[in-house]
Design a protein around this ligand. Structure first.
Ligand SMILES: [Zn+2]
Length: 406
């Protein structure tokens, strides 16, 4: 495969950056408020005593100083952009409330844009059609019946994990010509009082795939969800992590990529690709059950509605919490109404992490449209690129554009 070598940041500066980000995570861990900075850590990175931060203010100061010390063209634009995003995040955890447009462009490296209502409605119609084929009405009562029809179980989730591991991931590894990568991960069912339902952590030795069955997230599980969920988590995130770790070890990618951060400019292409994965690999789509197919399309709709809601929050005038609740329920009847006000709105409006986190999924419908327009070979090239690099969203978009015109 073709892999141009990335422009490298001065190694010392880069290693200091990695140690400091891990030290920042340690500081957040001692504050015990669940704030997460480092997402994936792909190499063994051990901060020394001198790397420790006494408080968040010193993190912000270090980032400002680091940006000032980074030679403007040594690491490409990306490192500076990445650090500015982390600086915006560190300012937000200290209480600064930047406008959402500025915050998203700094943390995710994108200019936020509203998805046209007509496209959201079109996706809603698709979802309603699939849901009624399953015998359910797309409203709160219909959703409740659907959720009660067959509640999620650990057994079903584990079966989906096994299927991804034994059947789907090998297909994808072969597609991208990386069948040599060992699938060194474990799956654990956990109960953590956090808003996520699954994640990949770890990295240097092994990865852990955690599935969160905490009761607070029960509403997010429904029949068929495990199919797109495992395509997202294992087929995309795990394989992406394996590829990156290998590329850093073999020197194809700079060590600078050994951590991914939340928020970070790599987050939007990664989350949006993970959501759109089945559209890029026809074998995944073809073997989905009607329930899995519904869950996949509902996920795309959810990403679109979250995009729309995020931008409503940015221009909050005239949109009451009640309006947002009614709008959300019209498109996503599976959202418990009380949670929209108590959790959904505050996290997305005020929380430094979740403010950008959910926007980062909103590229999934664009990527899905692109995938549907491409040949198998073009799709293969796009996923190979996304898995092996840490592109920003605009880099991924221009790579796709190139493939279409090549
Ligand atoms: Zn994800």
């Amino acid at each position: 495969m073709v892999m141009e070598s990335e422009s490298k940041l001065d190694t010392e500066l880069s290693d200091e950056f990695l140690r400091r980000m891990v030290a920042w995570q340690r500081l957040e861990d001692t504050l015990r408020n669940g704030n997460q900075v480092v997402d994936l850590k792909l190499l063994e990175i051990e901060p020394g005593e001198e790397d420790n931060f006494p408080d968040r203010e010193s993190v912000k100061n270090w980032l400002e100083d680091h940006i000032a010390r980074t030679p403007p063209n040594s690491a490409g634009v990306k490192h500076a952009q990445r650090c500015d995003g982390l600086l915006a995040f560190s300012e937000a955890v200290l209480g600064k409330r930047e406008s959402l447009g500025v915050y998203l462009s700094r943390t995710l490296g994108v200019t936020p844009a509203a998805i046209p209502d007509s496209e959201i409605r079109e996706q809603r119609d698709r979802v309603v059609g699939l849901f009624s084929n399953l015998g359910f009405a797309f409203n709160e009562a219909g959703w409740r019946r659907y959720q009660e029809a067959e509640p999620p179980t650990r057994e079903k989730t584990k079966a989906a994990v096994l299927d991804a591991e034994q059947r789907v991931i090998p297909i994808v590894l072969e597609t991208i010509n990386r069948s040599d990568l060992p699938l060194d991960f474990d799956t654990r069912v956990v109960r953590r009082n956090r808003p996520w339902i699954s994640r990949i952590i770890g990295g240097p030795d092994r990865f852990s795939h955690e599935i969160n069955f905490h009761p607070r997230n029960r509403f997010r599980y429904f029949m068929g969800l495990e199919e797109p969920l495992e395509a997202h988590e294992l087929v995309y995130h795990l394989v992406q992590a394996l590829c990156l770790r290998e590329n850093i070890r073999s020197g194809v990618l700079s060590r600078d990529y050994a951590i991914t951060t939340i928020p970070g400019i790599e987050q939007m292409p990664n989350e949006s690709m993970a959501q759109a994965m089945p559209f890029f690999v026809p074998e995944i789509l073809e073997r989905m059950s009607p329930y899995g197919r519904f869950a996949l399309e509902y996920g795309v709709l959810r990403d679109m509605v979250l995009n729309r809601n995020a931008l409503i929050f940015a221009n909050a005038d005239g949109y009451s919490d009640e309006w947002i609740k009614a709008y959300t329920l019209d498109y996503l009847p599976g959202q418990p109404p009380e949670k929209i006000v108590s959790e959904f709105i505050p996290l997305r409006r005020d929380d430094p992490r979740y403010r950008s986190y959910y926007y980062s999924y909103s590229g999934s419908h664009e990527l899905r449209k692109e995938a549907e327009d491409m040949t198998d070979e073009q799709r293969r090239r796009v996923i190979t690129y996304a898995y092996n690099h840490q592109p920003g969203y605009s880099e991924l978009a221009s790579f796709i554009e190139q493939q279409k015109t090549a």
